[in-house]
Design a protein around this ligand. Structure first.
Ligand code: PAF
Length: 295
């Protein structure tokens, strides 16, 4: 069983003997763990000797009216799952332990990259992620930290924070884990009714279809906006309320609107299709990387 710590001081004391001797990995989570999280831990174990999993439903990244209160808190079940994949430490602090003053007067803001995509409908979300991840980095001081690629924008923001604040931490992005029908695993999938769960894989199917169209250069002939409108229509008809569906460069820069042809990097362009859409109570995120060869 992993050793559980609720306090910063005891976790630090437990980790101190490893410093300089063994590599420590951090896997930050908000708990309610599923197979996707367990894959993060398995990946962390490939890159480090000691794996610390944090479980903290972080109040500063939830907006008013969001699901902070109802977010499932399942610590005992989480610890049992972590034992099956060999996590060494669980850090499960209280809100007071993490935030002596709430909201914290200090902020970690990643700037322009946070204003787009999820940042449009969740304006302070990434500031909350920025401060909690920075605190976790300072508390655990890992050599490696693993985050899921499902939260593509979050991963890009964390890479930027690590670069800009000179954290000596290697950030590893773990591939999206999907159910057999393609739905990306997420703690919020449990908000879906049976009927919604059956409709949910449409999101991934439509991303794949759009990615294939991009790969065949259809955006260069037909125009990107027209492809996006068609895809949005099909997703909406399946019962989703779309927050955004966008195609960006892999670095999350905008594509040039005039035929999208200006964004080629040499003979190809690396793009990412990103979606956030509501299905009933659940806000689902997904994305798909695609490389387009210049015709
Ligand atoms: O991706 C998440 O679960 C959270 O945003 C994170 C990184 C654990 C920060 O609270």
């Amino acid at each position: 069983m992993p050793s559980i710590h609720h306090h910063i001081a005891t976790l630090r004391a437990a980790l101190n003997p490893y410093r300089g001797q063994q590599r420590i990995a951090l896997v930050p989570t908000m708990g309610n763990l599923h197979d996707g999280h367990l894959e993060l831990v398995k990946l962390a174990k490939q890159h480090a000797d000691i794996v610390v999993v944090s479980i903290f439903v972080n109040p500063t990244q939830f907006g008013a009216g969001e699901d902070f209160d109802s977010y499932p808190r399942t610590l005992d079940a989480d610890v049992a799952k972590l034992a099956t994949v060999g996590a060494d430490y669980v850090f499960a602090p209280s809100i007071d332990e993490m935030y002596p003053v709430l909201p914290p007067p200090t902020s970690v803001r990643a700037g322009e990259i946070t204003a787009q995509l999820c940042g449009q409908s969740r304006p302070n979300h990434f500031d909350g992620v920025g401060i909690v991840v920075s605190k976790l980095f300072n508390i655990v001081q890992p050599e490696v930290a693993v985050f899921g690629q499902k939260d593509y924008q979050q991963l890009a923001i964390i890479q930027q924070i690590v670069r800009d604040l000179s954290y000596p931490i290697e950030i590893i992005g773990a591939p999206i884990v999907r159910a057999a029908d393609g739905l990306a695993l997420s703690s919020r999938n449990q908000y879906l009714t049976e009927a919604e769960r059956s409709a949910a894989p449409v999101l991934h199917k439509e991303l794949q279809r759009l990615a294939a169209q991009l790969m065949h250069g259809q955006h260069l002939e037909q125009g990107l906006e027209s492809l996006l409108i068609e895809t949005r229509t099909r997703i909406t008809e399946a019962g989703f309320k779309i927050d955004y569906l966008e195609v960006k460069t892999a670095q999350l820069d905008s594509l040039k609107v005039d035929g999208a042809s200006a964004s080629f990097n040499g003979d190809h362009q690396d793009l990412v299709v990103l979606v956030a859409a509501w299905l009933g109570r659940a806000r689902l995120l997904d994305n798909q990387l695609v490389t387009v060869q210049q015709p």
